[in-house]
Design a protein around this ligand. Structure first.
Ligand SMILES: [Zn+2]
Length: 60
């Protein structure tokens, strides 16, 4: 099962979560502020390699 990395839109907290199913993903909450406005981000290696890359879609 994959471990995904998430970032909270509210407080910016980045955390990892084991995702057992797609439904489980929808219930992901920020461990810091408890908000569900979190977005899945790429792996740590992906983040480090794309610091200057384009902004993620769906964020306006
Ligand atoms: Zn948060």
């Amino acid at each position: 099962m994959p471990i995904y990395e998430y970032k909270c839109d509210i407080c910016g907290q980045v955390f990892e979560k084991l995702v057992f199913s797609s439904g489980d993903e929808e219930r992901t909450l920020c461990p810091k502020c408890g908000d569900k406005k979190v977005r899945r981000v790429l792996s740590v290696a992906g983040i480090l390699g794309s610091t200057c890359a384009k902004a993620p879609t769906g964020f306006s």
